[in-house]
Structure formats: C-alpha cells, structure tokens
Ligand binder design. Structure first.
Ligand code: HEC
Ligand code: HEC
Length: 297
C-alpha cells in the first residue's frame, strides 16, 4: 500500500486537493525528497500522455495533403480546381510571365496597340532599354516599377530570353495616309531628308529595316501609336538614351508633319517571314549612337 499512498500524497500536493485529515497524515508519512522525485516522474508521464493524445487527434483529423499542383495551366472548364501547394517552375519563362500581359505571348500575339513587341529584338537593344527604365532615361512608370531593383546581369538574362523568342507578328496596320505622304515617308526611310540633316533610316536600321545587332531595333512590326509616342517623347526630351543620343537627334531634326507619315507608313509594311536583325557590322553610322558604342567596344 505504501507506493499508492506516496502517489496520493504527491497528487494532493500537486493539485492542492486536500481531504483534511487524510492528506495531512499522508504527507507526514512521506519524506519531502520522495515527494519531489515521484512528483517529477508523474509530471513527465502527464506531459508524455498529452503529447500522445494530441498526435493521435492530429493524425486522424488531417487527411493526407493533396498532390502538389504545377502552376502551368489553369484547370480546364468544368474540371475541379485542386487546392494544395502550387509549384511554379523556376525558369525565366515563368519569371517573365507578367511581361507577356502587355508585350504579347505565343497565345496572345496582338498587344494593346501601345506596348511594343519585344520578342526577337536584338538582345543589346532590349538590355539598353531595360537599363534606361531602371536608370531614369525612360520614364514609363509601370516599366520603371518592374525593373527598378534588378541588376545588370539579371536584365541581360531577361533581354537574352526575349531576343531568342520567335513569335508570330500581328498583321500590318492600315495606313491612314495620302499617296503623297506615303511616298514622302518612303523617301525619308531610304534617303533621309538632306535639307534638315536627317540621315536615311535604313543607314542605321538595316537595308530591310529589320534592325542590326546588337543595339538597333527593327522598324517593322511596331504599333503606330507606340512609335508616335516615342517620337513625341524624343522631341520633348522625355525619352533619352546613352549620349550621344542619335535617335533623339534624328527625331528633333525631322519636320513635325513627317512623323505621322513615317510611323503610319512603317506600321503598314509587312514583316518578312522569319525576320531577324542583321548581324553586327563594322560600318560607321551617319550619327554617333551612344547606345551602340556602349555595347560594341
Ligand atoms: C503594364 C504593361 C506592361 C508590362 C506588364 C510590362 N511592360 Fe514593358 N513596356 C510597356 C510599355 C507601354 C512600353 C513602352 C513604354 C515607353 O514608351 O517608354 C514598354 C517598353 C518595354 C521595353 C522597351 C521596348 C522597346 O522596343 O523599346 C522593354 C525591353 C520592356 N518593356 C520589357 C518588359 C519586361 C522584361 C517586362 C516584365 C518584367 C515588361 N516589359 C512588362 C508595358 C509593359
Ligand atoms: C544614326 C542612326 C539612326 C538613324 C539614322 C535612325 N535611327 Fe532610329 N534608332 C537608332 C538607335 C540606335 C535606336 C535605339 C535607341 C536606343 O537605344 O535608345 C533607334 C530606335 C528607333 C525606334 C524605336 C524602336 C523600338 O522598338 O522602340 C524607332 C521607332 C526609330 N528608331 C525610328 C527611326 C526612323 C523612322 C528613322 C528615320 C527617320 C530612324 N529611326 C533613323 C538609330 C538610328
């Protein structure tokens, strides 16, 4: 009977449950250090018991977690949406998925008419633009916000990714131009406007206007509204490139009424199949372009 009495004494001292005479008698009989040792042992048993009960409850209450879902595609219509951890593949394609909302993707080619297409442009050109948004030379707020904390190396990776993409082009836009305006635009593209010191667009953008590696973009396949906005920004000093800024200089030298003719004519030209920028060439440009020399040392 003694172990039981010790246990009872311990419980009484633990929980303060007293039965007057009984409790006092039990406690008198047992040594304090025995109460302590047995007390610690009982407490440990108590804790182990609680842990076991909690684990048992948890394992029966929670069902096995659903299999991870790969976040590549939304479920088809009518298919139940799975809830579970979403695993996004760590590829450049996934990281730049937001960009395709405005700049187009394989499934959604036409853009909003203002955001330029970026797929297939020379990597050096794209890199220069991303750096310009980050460093304040270009100011379109959503773009600045997206790239403002990115390093040169990461921007170069993004630029290379888009330069390698080969997406279909939207069809040419209808040109709202008189025949006279269209032929003037074509003349400037091919021969420039010597009376105002404007060089031929082809001298820099390539004989077929398909751009030249590494830093000069094509003039085909661009939305008219986008080009008009660019010319307005160059002329107003809102769009700058690395100095000397040849394109801003060309824009300022052009007669203002020639700008809509040029952009309308360019946007109405068909894009040759499989358009690629011309390879880099060692020829001098008619004006010095800082954005080209920054890449070709
Ligand atoms: C909200 C729509 C939107 C999103 C999202 C967006 N862009 Fe843009 N982007 C634009 C617009 C509009 C311009 C033209 C702005 C201007 O005129 O300066 C632009 C310009 C650019 C240019 C310069 C193109 C050229 O031909 O000069 C590059 C490069 C670019 N964006 C890359 C990206 C990348 C990379 C992402 C994703 C990280 C992205 N954009 C996300 C709207 C967007
Ligand atoms: C001296 C060389 C040079 C000449 C001449 C030139 N460009 Fe450019 N152009 C450039 C460079 C370099 C860029 C890229 C600008 C940058 O990096 O900021 C550019 C960019 C552009 C862009 C922006 C394209 C885009 O994807 O955002 C347009 C539009 C453009 N040029 C139109 C023209 C037209 C039209 C002419 C003829 C009137 C012309 N350019 C003549 C060098 C030239």
């Amino acid at each position: 009977m003694r172990p039981l009495r010790i246990l009872r004494a311990v419980l009484w001292s633990f929980f303060g449950v007293r039965r007057r005479a009984d409790a006092a008698r039990d406690l008198e009989d047992v040594q304090p250090h025995t109460i302590l040792i047995v007390g610690v042992f009982v407490a440990a048993l108590f804790v182990v018991g609680i842990v076991l009960v909690v684990r048992l409850v948890m394992s029966t209450a929670s069902l096995a977690p659903p299999a991870p879902v790969e976040a590549t595609q939304a479920p088809a219509v009518g298919e139940p949406r799975q809830h579970g951890p979403i695993i996004v593949r760590d590829t450049m394609e996934e990281r730049v998925r937001t960009c395709t909302i405005c700049h187009g993707s394989t499934t959604q080619v036409s853009t909003d008419g203002f955001s330029p297409r970026i797929a297939g442009k020379p990597a050096g050109y794209l890199f220069n633009q991303l750096v310009s948004f980050r460093d304040g030379r270009r100011t379109y707020a959503p773009m600045v916000y997206l790239v403002q904390y990115m390093t040169d190396d990461y921007l170069r990776e993004i630029a290379t990714h888009f330069a390698q993409l080969d997406l279909p082009y939207p069809p040419p836009e209808a040109a709202p131009l008189t025949a006279e305006a269209a032929s003037r635009a074509r003349r400037i593209v091919e021969y420039g406007d010597p009376s105002r010191g404007v060089p031929a667009c082809m001298d820099c953008h390539g004989a077929k206007l398909t751009g030249v590696e590494p830093a000069i973009p094509a003039l085909l396949g661009l939305p008219r509204h986008y080009m008009n906005a660019q010319f307005g920004a160059w002329r107003g000093g809102k769009l700058r490139s690395i100095a000397p800024d040849c394109m801003a200089e060309v824009a300022r030298r052009l007669a203002p009424e020639d700008v809509p003719a040029l952009t309308g004519w360019l946007a109405s030209q068909p894009v040759p199949a499989g358009m690629k920028p011309e390879p880099a060439r060692p020829r001098d440009l008619p004006l010095k372009c800082g954005s080209v020399t920054a890449l070709v040392k």
